[in-house]
Design a protein around this ligand. Structure first.
Ligand SMILES: NC(=O)C1=CN([C@@H]2O[C@H](COP(=O)(O)OP(=O)(O)OC[C@H]3O[C@@H](n4cnc5c(N)ncnc54)[C@H](OP(=O)(O)O)[C@@H]3O)[C@@H](O)[C@H]2O)C=CC1
Ligand SMILES: CC(C)(CO)C(=O)C(=O)O
Length: 310
């Protein structure tokens, strides 16, 4: 199976390197600067579960992309989605499956419109990783899972073929017959984590140790879950209980990648992760005042960044 990973950043670089490590036919669609770096230094992953160095990763830039692939794993950030979709178009033929691993849900609409819903799988990943300034991928905890599936829950031939490719890989790979629900569950968790840690500029442990901290986090989680329920994808009881426990754990150093992005002065997926949840809530008649406050904070950050860059 020919696999194209769009983006060799934190997630695409990590999961792509792990697939390449076991001999899968992986090509990275990258932009010119990243292509140069990868050609010079290879693809390096520093990981608590074992480092990887792919000395000569296969890469392609958009101007050289001409043939369809069997599987496209899409790992661009939401703010780069339109550009990535335009760039990867030649890689999508009649038999291509597109597997996005972005957080949130709105990218599915964009991909459906671009490639047809029959080509678009559901997908979600859990990992704490970053692309460092030096160009290597640093995984910061042992968490590393990739979940994928047909959005209608069927077990198709292409899912069986992807399962075969995932056999023996050094991360948790799992096909799911409830992948859309799992994407929503991840979104509820992440929107709460990102919302709380970015608004408070602190870790979960710092927040829950502050007066009103646990109630604040729980209120945010309840809002996110109410939107998911109103959209028909409320987190299952056990998943929600696990999320609540993790998100209110004393002394937890956990933060969202969005907070790390803010602290590094990088762009963020404010509209995709938080704005879209608010919009889906509003459409279903659910008020989300805490999420609205979170979005104000994120948009203020974006405004400041734009002003300072001007
Ligand atoms: N990091 C994490 O721990 C986690 C992230 N996620 C989610 O995964 C998604 C990806 O995030 P993450 O991997 O962290 O992001 P990164 O910014 O680390 O990586 C994204 C990469 O996509 C590349 N890219 C963007 N547009 C194109 C294009 N047109 N052609 C080729 N490459 C392109 C960027 O390349 P360039 O270097 O040229 O800008 C960048 O390196 C997000 O939705 C995020 O929320 C989910 C779980 C955990
Ligand atoms: C919640 C977490 C850490 C899990 O992958 C994540 O997706 C993020 O921080 O963006």
């Amino acid at each position: 199976m020919r696999i194209l990973v769009v983006g060799a950043g934190a997630t695409g670089g990590y999961f792509g390197a792990r697939l390449a490590e076991i001999g899968r036919d992986v090509t990275f669609l990258v932009r010119p600067a990243r292509a140069e770096k990868l050609a010079a230094e290879g693809l390096r992953v520093k990981s608590p579960v074992g480092d990887v160095h792919i000395a000569s990763p296969k890469t392609v830039t958009a101007d050289k992309l001409s043939e369809p692939f069997d599987l496209v794993i899409l790992s661009a950030k939401a703010y780069d989605l339109d550009g990535a979709v335009a760039d990867l178009r030649p890689a999508v033929g009649p038999q291509t499956a597109v597997l996005p691993i972005l957080n949130g849900m709105r990218h599915l609409d964009v991909l459906d419109a671009a490639f047809g819903p029959e080509r678009v799988l559901g997908g979600t990943c859990a990992i704490v990783a970053t692309l460092t300034k030096a160009g290597e991928i640093r995984q910061m905890s042992e968490l590393h899972s990739l979940t994928y599936g047909e959005r209608d829950g069927t077990r198709s031939e292409r899912i069986a073929a992807i399962e075969a490719q995932m056999e023996g890989v050094r991360f948790q790979a799992r096909s799911s017959d409830k992948v859309v629900l799992e994407m929503w569950e991840k979104w509820v968790f992440l929107a709460t984590l990102a919302g709380a840690t970015t608004l408070m500029r602190a870790s979960i442990g710092d927040i829950v140790a502050a007066p009103g901290g646990p109630a604040f986090v729980e209120g945010l989680l309840d809002e996110c879950q109410a939107v998911a329920v109103a959209n028909g994808y409320g987190s299952r009881e056990k998943v929600l209980a696990g999320a609540r426990k993790t998100l209110t754990a004393e002394k937890s150093p956990m933060t969202a990648s969005m907070l790390r992005d803010i602290e590094g002065g990088a762009r963020i997926e404010a509209d995709h992760i938080v704005g879209d949840l608010i919009a889906r809530g509003r459409k279903a008649g659910i008020e989300t005042p805490i999420l609205a406050r979170v979005l104000t904070g994120l948009k203020a950050y974006e405004n400041r960044k734009a002003r300072e860059a001007a």
